[in-house]
Design a protein around this ligand. Structure first.
Ligand code: G3P
Ligand code: CA
Length: 355
């Protein structure tokens, strides 16, 4: 059950979240060169194609996403690569190719080893209704290859929304990232790149390396981050339904949430990336950190709010009414259509792209 103080705050905030906060958000976003409301293609168009692969990013780009979102890690021989999970077993055939290392971190593999994996076939098995023969044997991408995609259509110019993933495993990754972005000429245009992290230390390092680039602190309720009222993480809860567990999670009190906003500001962030709960729960439904009072408190601190990760119009609508400034989505086309922006049908576009 929600804390009564939260309910009171929520009610007062609902009455005051209005066109005023939306226009504040737009002005803030514009000042940073960031689209508003932002369409952030989460691991590319990852509902329709295997996450973080070429077709996922091509589709998101050509549909008109404002940003291609990616999770940055580093191979054992020092190349920046784009992989979400700490390990490769969910999204590749690592268990067949390197059985003795199937649970090893991404950082234990050379680029050649990573490139030898099939990062597409798992999608066909997991989502047969969206499977395509052309998704078989898709490779893991490097940062440079995603930049090539972002630059590859003269009519579409998505930005990059880059997360330093498990940054403690990758000392110096913030400087490596700066070097690649500078080499590719991506540090010259304000807002073309947004940097994101859950890790306050990485935020500080990103800010030190690239003070001019907008940064977002990702928010999550858990024992190592925003202290939960429940005092528990999912792993300790003994529960089996993750989404139901997360739906009950909230910060231990208002002050704890506000403390994180203040830390985001002090760390150089221009916004926060809070988790969001989905109406129909399921995968990627997390704690509801986009309640109107929360968004209002962020915007009162001149922090934009980009919520992760929503895929359905009912949730886009709730999030926008709650006052967010942009949404991470696996369904770029659905979010663009929600905003009444044109987006060609996914199947037509994938076929045109050769998939
Ligand atoms: O980066 C925003 C969102 O992607 C954070 O969650 O786990 O999907 O990287 P995750
Ligand atoms: Ca991410």
């Amino acid at each position: 059950m929600r804390n009564p103080m939260f309910s009171f705050l929520a009610l007062t905030a609902l009455l005051s979240v209005s066109a005023a906060s939306a226009s504040n958000g737009k002005a803030l976003a514009t000042a940073h060169g960031i689209a508003h409301p932002a369409v952030i293609a989460h691991r590319g168009a990852s509902y329709d194609a295997p996450e973080s692969t070429t077709p996922a990013y091509l589709l998101a780009r050509d549909q008109g996403a404002d940003y291609l979102e990616l999770d940055l890690q580093r191979s054992s021989d020092g190349v920046l690569v784009v992989v979400h999970d700490d390990v490769l077993s969910r999204t590749s055939d690592v268990a067949e190719r390197f059985p003795e290392r199937k649970d090893s971190p991404v950082s234990a593999f050379t680029l050649a080893e990573l490139k030898s994996l099939d990062a597409g076939s798992w999608f066909n098995q997991a989502y047969p209704a969206r499977a395509r023969a052309s998704f078989r044997k898709l490779p893991i991408l490097t940062l440079d290859e995603v930049i090539d995609i972002a630059e590859g259509n003269p009519e579409r110019h998505p930005g990059l929304y880059i997360e330093t993933k498990v940054p403690k495993q990758f000392p110096g990754i913030e400087q490596d990232l700066k070097a690649r972005l500078a080499a590719r000429g991506w540090l010259d245009r304000p807002g073309r790149v947004v940097l994101q992290t859950f890790d306050r230390n990485s935020l500080a390092l990103l800010h030190e390396a690239m003070p001019q680039v907008p940064k977002v602190l990702l928010l999550w309720v858990g024992t190592k981050t925003i202290e939960p009222a429940s005092g528990q993480d999912f792993a300790d809860s003994g529960e089996t339904d993750k989404a139901a567990f997360y739906a009950r999670q909230q910060p231990k009190d208002q002050a704890e949430f506000l403390r994180w906003l203040d830390q985001a500001r002090q760390g150089g962030a221009v916004g926060t990336g809070p988790s969001a709960m989905r109406t129909h729960l399921g995968e990627q439904s997390y704690a509801d950190l986009i309640q109107p009072w929360m968004n209002q408190a962020s915007q009162a601190r001149d922090l934009l709010v980009h919520a992760y990760t929503l895929d359905e119009p009912v949730d886009f609508d709730k999030a926008m009414k709650a006052g967010v400034d942009g949404i991470f989505t696996n369904r770029t086309g659905a979010l663009l259509r929600f905003y009444q922006r044109p987006a060609e049908p996914e199947v037509v576009m994938l076929e045109r792209l050769g998939y």
